[in-house]
Design a protein around this ligand. Structure first.
Ligand code: NAD
Length: 498
């Protein structure tokens, strides 16, 4: 029997009493790595109540002590960086360098959370009226919850609980059931960093467990990252239960290629940004929009894409790994088939991809389409595979119109040598994260991760100052201290005006 993954409830890693266990597989081999429980209703309740108790203590803990937990946590994560990345690589299939990047981008958020003292500073104005001062404090909310997707099992949990906890909240994390081993290690190290034992709870499962978090009165705010339909369900349900919610959802990201861009840079960046992580990134470039004569580079792009191949996590010559599951692979293959039927030109077809020695992996080879039009499923759906769609337009204005008509708005980039073209694009594009000669413009943690339109539901984004606003409430205090030298009221008697 394979290992059964524990949950972190009430400060202890404990085995679930559930009879529903979900297998976690290595997507390159289908080997079962462990089984993950679907938490019982009692376990969910216990985790939430325990987090509530933790909050009452933690909110009184001085901000520098909270910051010091993050400093120790950052140190431990760095010390165990490669070990975490290896587990992550096995359960996601990501190649090792990419798995290390997943951990590293999370560590950067922990570093940011260690600055919490200055991030939580409120505002004050002296003498808002004679002898009266105004202050705005930021105070934590209570128990916050996080629901995370499979594609970044280190980075995305680390977007959430370090910032929420540094702000003085406690946190219940429900990671993806497809790769829950990495989040468990993150939680173990958090305890080792000296965090109070019941501050972070990790429960496992799927829809049922998520719905408990969305409807439980003790949960004050919900952070979600995942697909569009689930994101909409989470946002609607959480807000219907009068909770704060920030929901990061799916995407379709365009790279606009101007004819004055450097061809070699365009091609190598398109290869990495479309097929890296097997295209399973919410910021992957899935559409290349060639403006004018740059369309002549599509053949060379095909030649470069044909040189890369997927493989096992520890295969140094593999560019990327498998799709997360056979179901995910079948979905990508169906979209490729549909693209051909709808009339797109398939210049490179990765449908029949095999990898030597790994016959059971969820492989999809690099795939390139041209002549893609906005009405095709290839364009409308988030493919989430190593599939790049090429479209052509005559002008930058047409490219902007195409991108702005997309219902998504997570990320985009423009490759050009023209400052004027780049300025026009960054100003007019209706997308929240823009790269100029940078293919995947994920902001560092002192900014915020700012998807727009159908890629995000909510208003305050992940990490940066916006995360502090999301995980705190502002309290304004107007104060006066009576002083015998300052008379109370100019005209004596009660003041009857506002
Ligand atoms: P998913 O929506 O299937 O799952 C996300 C989480 O929701 C998981 O924890 C899962 O257990 C839970 N869940 C699944 N079905 C549910 C349901 N019916 N009700 C309640 N909860 C449910 O997403 P995924 O396949 O794990 O992740 C890939 C998706 O995430 C892609 O669409 C990708 O674009 C998106 N994503 C977005 C961002 C972003 O920042 N915008 C970042 C990473 C991933």
């Amino acid at each position: 029997m394979s290992t059964r993954l524990p949950q972190l409830i009430n400060g202890e890693f404990q085995q679930s009493q559930t009879d529903t266990w979900i297998p976690v597989t290595n997507p390159a081999t289908q080997e079962v790595l462990c089984e993950v429980p679907a938490a019982t209703a009692e376990e969910m309740e216990s985790a939430i109540q325990s987090a509530r108790e933790a909050f009452l203590e933690w909110r009184e803990t001085p901000v520098s002590e909270r910051a010091r937990v993050m400093l120790r946590y950052q140190h431990l994560l760095k010390e165990h960086h490669d070990e975490i990345a290896e587990v992550l690589a096995k359960e996601t299939g990501k190649v090792f360098a990419d798995a290390k990047g997943d951990v590293w981008r999370g560590i950067e958020v922990v570093e940011h959370a260690a600055n919490i003292g200055s991030l939580m500073m409120g505002e004050t104005v002296e003498n808002v009226a004679r002898g009266i001062d105004g202050h705005a404090w930021t105070q934590p909310l209570g128990v916050c919850a996080g629901i995370t997707p499979f594609n970044f099992p280190a980075m995305i949990p680390l977007w959430m609980f370090p910032m929420a906890i540094a702000c003085g909240n406690s946190f219940v994390l429900k990671p993806s059931e497809q790769d829950p081993m990495t989040p468990n290690i993150l939680a173990e190290l958090f305890l080792r960093a000296g965090a109070p034992k019941n501050l972070l709870q990790v429960v496992h499962g799927g829809k049922e467990q998520v719905d408990t978090l969305l409807t439980h009165p003790e949960i004050k705010a919900v952070s979600f990252v995942g697909s569009v339909p689930v994101g909409q369900h989470v946002y609607r349900t959480a807000t219907d239960h009068l909770k704060r919610a920030q929901c990061f959802a799916g995407a379709k990201n365009h790279m606009v290629v101007m004819p004055d861009a450097r061809k070699d840079q365009v091609i190598s960046n398109l290869v990495g940004a479309s097929c890296g992580a097997a295209g399973q990134r919410c910021m992957a470039i899935s559409v290349a929009v060639f403006v004018g004569e740059s369309k002549q580079w599509i053949d060379e792009l095909k030649d470069e894409l044909a040189k890369i191949r997927p493989g096992a996590w520890d295969d140094e010559n593999a560019a990327y790994g498998p799709q997360i599951s056979p179901k995910a692979r079948d979905r990508v293959l169906t979209l490729i088939k549909q693209g051909k039927e709808e009339g797109a030109s398939c210049l490179l077809d990765g449908s029949d991809c095999t990898v030597d020695g790994l016959p059971d992996g969820n492989w999809v080879g690099p795939t390139l389409f041209s002549d893609v039009t906005p009405d095709m499923a290839l364009y409308k759906e988030e493919i989430f595979g190593p599939v790049l769609c090429c479209m052509t337009v005559d002008t930058l204005e047409e490219a902007l119109e195409l991108v702005n008509n997309s219902p998504y708005g997570n990320g985009t980039s423009i490759f050009t040598a023209s400052g004027a073209a780049a300025r026009k694009y960054q100003h007019e594009v209706e997308v929240g994260q823009v790269g100029i000669n940078v293919p995947i413009p994920v902001p560092l943690p002192f900014f915020s991760f700012t998807g727009w339109k159908g890629s995000f539901y909510g208003d305050q984004h992940a990490y940066g100052k916006q995360a502090v606003r999301f995980y705190t409430e502002t309290k304004t205090v107007t104060s006066r201290w009576f002083d015998d030298d300052i008379p109370d009221g100019a005209h004596g008697g009660p003041n009857m005006t506002i």
